[in-house]
Design a protein around this ligand. Structure first.
Ligand code: AMP
Length: 281
């Protein structure tokens, strides 16, 4: 496994690989890796000759007052994790390497970026789509891997790739959870024991929503109301949003007569957690 910190060096390596006609998979991450990342990486290793994992805590996707400074980082632990998985290359650039001071260009996917998480985090998805575009241009992968844990992000990136004609296949992977149902997240380290227990309710409430639908409730607002009730009854929780939207466009759905996803963002203590479940007919 090789570790690259400059764009020039990783490009040289990729050019070498391309000359040999190797297929390349990219897994963009912000590090502090867990088995959720691991599932994306394992899939990329299965699908491609070479797998690159980028580790970059991208400042432009954090809003003012968010957790950029305290976001967990442990590059040595991440290297061990990736070495065991037999990743070919890590791309771990500095902020200065990724963003020149006089950079003026951003990538913004309209409509989809200002709803759901975009309401509370208005600059977040622009930061994501801009950095992902840069990573795509730097690494020129055949496939790139993203988790459904960040469902809105995955759909926005798919849309960006379509709209901007990137010649890259976006592979979406299922949410990896702890045995007790909590979705794995680097941010889970922020939770104390009591908050971690409260956080279990997110997945439980989503499962309950699915059950309501399976028992015949097709009115999305009724399902949302019941989910809100369950979550707001738990201590330490403050709901940011709970919504049911079309699986592709993310448009709000009132009557569930097509595949939808229930998405939620909930503060548990001071930690904002997201989770979702697809409700298929
Ligand atoms: P992050 O490091 O949090 O930016 O995540 C990097 C990638 O890993 C994103 O595509 C996430 O959606 C994905 N990911 C994070 N947590 C999980 C999880 N629990 N299950 C599946 N994918 C995940």
């Amino acid at each position: 496994m090789e570790i690259f910190t400059t764009i020039k060096d990783i490009r040289n390596k990729i050019n070498e690989w391309k000359k040999n006609n190797y297929s390349i998979g990219l897994v963009p991450t912000m590090g502090y890796l867990h088995n959720g990342h691991g599932s994306l990486i394992s899939q990329s290793i299965k699908d491609n000759d070479k797998t690159i994992v980028s580790i970059f805590v991208n400042p432009t996707q954090f809003g003012v007052g968010e957790d950029l400074e305290k976001y967990p980082r442990d590059i040595e632990r991440d290297k061990l994790f990736l070495d065991k998985l037999k990743v070919d290359a890590i791309f771990n650039p500095s902020v200065e390497e990724m963003y020149s001071k006089n950079s003026l260009t951003t990538v913004y996917v309209d409509n989809m970026s200002s709803i759901l998480c975009g309401k509370t985090r208005p600059t977040h998805f622009q930061g994501v789509t801009t950095v992902v575009t840069k990573l795509f241009n730097i690494t020129n992968p055949d496939k790139a891997y993203f988790g459904s844990k960040d469902f809105q992000q995955l759909q926005i990136i798919k849309r960006m790739v379509k709209d901007l004609n990137f010649n890259i296949e976006i592979v979406g992977m299922p949410i990896v959870r702890e045995i007790d149902g909590l979705a794995l997240s680097s941010r889970n380290v922020y939770l104390n024991d009591e908050e971690r227990k409260s956080a279990l309710l997110l997945n439980r409430a989503l499962n309950n929503a699915k059950e309501l639908f399976n028992n015949g409730q097709i009115n999305a607002n009724e399902i949302i109301k019941e989910t809100e009730r369950i979550i707001s009854n738990e201590k330490n929780t403050k709901i940011d949003y709970i919504n049911v939207v079309d699986i592709d466009t993310l448009d709000k759905v009132d009557i569930i007569n097509r595949p939808v996803v229930m998405l939620l963002a909930v503060y548990v203590g001071n930690t904002r957690l997201i989770d979702n479940t697809v409700i298929n007919l």
